[in-house]
Ligand binder design. Structure first.
Ligand SMILES: CCCCCCCCCCCCC/C=C/[C@@H](O)[C@H](COP(=O)(O)O)NC(C)=O
Ligand SMILES: Nc1ncnc2c1ncn2[C@@H]1O[C@H](COP(=O)(O)OP(=O)(O)O)[C@@H](O)[C@H]1O
Ligand SMILES: [Ca+2]
Length: 587
């Protein structure tokens, strides 16, 4: 077959030694001397992981570019090393010296041709949003020092926007001309990623003429890829889709054009879309932790540790009615210990059901497909009780704080989410549950914890349970109504239409000034430690944003968006590359 034919086969100097090098089809293989143990070893780099080929003895930093010698060329490629437990990617660099200039030109031309032939889907132009406000407030510096030089080396052009306000990135993607961009990049944390997610999904539905407010609608999957350069506090989405929150690793996944489909959960209140989520929709503990942490943002990532302790000490639980639509248990289960790794079988089988190639549906296929559309089948289940936390996660939600994640066997792209119900229990029991997120012990193997793989969830308050948050909300509405005379339904107050007909959703943080303060006061745990009447109602944490509603309907949309990633690589699968250690440049 043409692609397996040898393109170039010659001897080349690598360092002071001359060995054979072969470029054939998908791989560039060469031999070099391992300096450490002074023995020959063969390096094999897939063309798909070549970052750049440069004439001469080239360097990454433009200012250090060496002179162009006419018989040398430099190869830059993905090199895997170890960073603790996780496989980090870094930029490998090897200089080759050819016997003649012609042979050098032949190598460079053939390598560049192979790149173009085998990697047509690599991004050439990216729209980059940098959030100077999130995490340790180092996003600009991280981008400038670690990422921009790699994009330049790889010939990727960028338009960089350093945001000046919340939701600027979302609004830009929703309304500006995106012609010519092959992807959008978030330099920040989960909250910043969520802005790009809302922009890309909203834009795609706008262009497809689909109303996002209809909870039963099948959303159009989005082609514009999203990349994440981790520079936030939790960086859960990056960690769960790449396996590590390292800017260079993520930049290399973006450059080589990896593509990882991702499930997205839509959150509705009555007939209004409130938010989308890819990691956590959490009520109770995680909601209270987020609410409390907003006050402590000046602490950076540590704010979650302090607010986690404060919320834990308040020992709160909340009444709720949870209805859920179970996914097909024959396909997978949250307890089957099948971690979702790069090339995951469960996710690739779901692809067949979510996006069939053939029109003719086999009976099995049509039965399985139906499980992905809500409403026409399946039995809704309903439970009611008092819960420490109710969490819905479309993925493992692993993060540096919890390397296994909220649900270790959840899948990135299988069209389902895992619903975790932690019933009210004694403080020690709940601490055990939380602590197991940081150990290898099974956090679901506790009597007060249940987990279900689901396609949809509805949360409501038990009849008669007062929802003081909604009372405040209605009070706010009546004030607004008085002022404007036009009745504003609670569920429409979050939708404000712009002249161009596009609908913007006022995310929680854009609600009326003062509402957040009232909510925070109600939730302020320092005073709450002693307050006699704890709030009956918690608040929802949706990927790091607080939701302005308690009663919500969540639905999982399989593989709705795509990230520049490939899932978590199984460390064992790349033994041979460990020997490349120490050849990395640009730390
Ligand atoms: C006694 C030991 C306690 C350890 C508890 C470990 C809990 C694991 C927490 C995992 C949370 C993963 C879900 C991610 C949510 C993010 O979207 C959100 C916002 O992330 P961002 O700050 O925007 O990067 N972060 C939080 C903590 O709500
Ligand atoms: N320039 C800005 N000023 C203030 N807030 C911003 C800005 N840019 C983005 N944001 C908001 O900051 C929030 C937190 O950003 P994120 O990058 O997730 O940091 P962290 O991980 O620390 O929460 C996001 O919800 C985003 O909407
Ligand atoms: Ca999933």
């Amino acid at each position: 077959m043409e692609t397996d034919s040898v393109k170039v086969d010659s001897s080349l100097w690598v360092g002071t030694k001359r060995y054979r090098a072969v470029l054939s089809g998908w791989y560039f293989n060469w031999t070099e001397l391992d300096k450490k143990n002074r023995e020959k070893k063969t390096i094999s780099v897939p063309i798909s992981e070549v970052v750049a080929v440069a004439e001469g003895k080239a360097e990454v930093q433009p200012q250090k570019r060496a002179e162009d010698t006419d018989r040398d060329f430099t190869l830059f490629y993905v090199n895997r090393t170890r960073g603790g437990k996780r496989a980090l990617w870094c930029l490998g660099r090897t200089e080759f010296c050819c016997p003649s200039r012609d042979l050098r030109d032949q190598w460079v031309t053939q390598l560049r041709t192979a790149l173009k032939t085998h990697c047509p889907s690599r991004p050439r132009r990216l729209l980059v949003f940098v959030n100077p406000y999130g995490g340790k407030k180092r996003a600009k510096q991280v981008y400038r020092s670690l990422v921009a030089p790699l994009f330049e080396l790889a010939g990727v052009s960028t338009h960089v926007v350093v945001t000046e306000r919340a939701n600027q990135a979302r609004d830009h993607i929703l309304k500006k001309d995106l012609t010519g961009f092959d992807g959008v990049i978030c330099v920040g944390g989960d909250g910043m990623f969520s802005e790009l997610l809302h922009g890309v999904i909203g834009r795609t539905q706008q262009e497809a003429g689909i109303s996002e407010h209809d909870p039963t609608v099948m959303l159009q999957s989005c082609d514009l890829h999203i990349g994440i350069i981790p520079a936030g506090s939790t960086d859960c989405v990056c960690f769960a889709t790449v396996g590590v929150n390292d800017p260079v690793t993520s930049a290399l996944h973006i450059i080589i054009g990896d593509s990882q489909p991702l499930d997205v959960c839509s959150v509705h209140h009555h007939n209004t879309l409130v938010r989308y989520s890819v990691s956590l929709v959490g009520y109770g503990f995680y909601g209270d932790v987020l609410a409390e942490s907003e006050r402590l943002r000046w602490m950076g990532p540590l704010r979650y540790d302090l607010s986690g302790c404060l919320v834990y000490l308040c020992n709160r639980s909340y009444e709720g009615v949870v209805q859920y639509l179970p996914a097909d248990p024959q396909l997978s289960s949250p307890r089957d210990n099948m971690r979702c790794l790069s090339g995951c079988r469960v996710c690739s089988e779901s692809t067949e059901m979510l996006f069939p190639h053939s029109d003719s549906c086999s009976s099995l296929y049509s039965r399985q497909l139906s499980q992905y559309s809500i409403g026409s089948e399946g039995e809704w289940m309903s439970v009611e009780g008092r819960y420490r936390c109710v969490s819905l996660t479309c993925m493992s939600s692993s993060c540096p704080r919890s390397p296994k994640g909220l649900s270790p066997a959840a899948h990135l792209a299988d069209g389902t989410g895992d619903l975790i119900l932690v019933q009210d229990t004694d403080p020690l029991g709940f601490l055990t549950y939380l602590h197991r997120h940081t150990t290898s012990k099974d956090q679901f193997d506790l009597p007060f914890v249940e987990v279900h793989r689901v396609k949809a969830v509805r949360f409501t308050l038990p009849p008669g349970e007062e929802d003081d948050y909604h009372d405040e909300e209605r009070e706010r509405q009546s004030i607004t109504e008085g002022a404007q005379g036009t009745p504003k339904m609670a569920c429409n107050s979050d939708v404000e239409s712009y002249g161009d007909g596009s609908q913007q959703y006022l995310a929680a943080e854009q609600e009326e000034p003062g509402m957040k303060d009232r909510r925070r006061k109600r939730r302020n745990f320092l005073c709450g430690l002693c307050c006699s009447k704890p709030p009956a109602v918690s608040v929802w944490n949706c990927d790091g944003e607080l939701l302005p509603y308690t009663e919500i309907f969540c639905k999982v949309h399989g593989q709705l968006v795509r990230l520049f990633a490939r899932g978590i690589e199984d460390e064992e699968g790349h033994e041979e590359n460990k020997s490349c250690k120490g050849r990395c440049v640009l730390h």
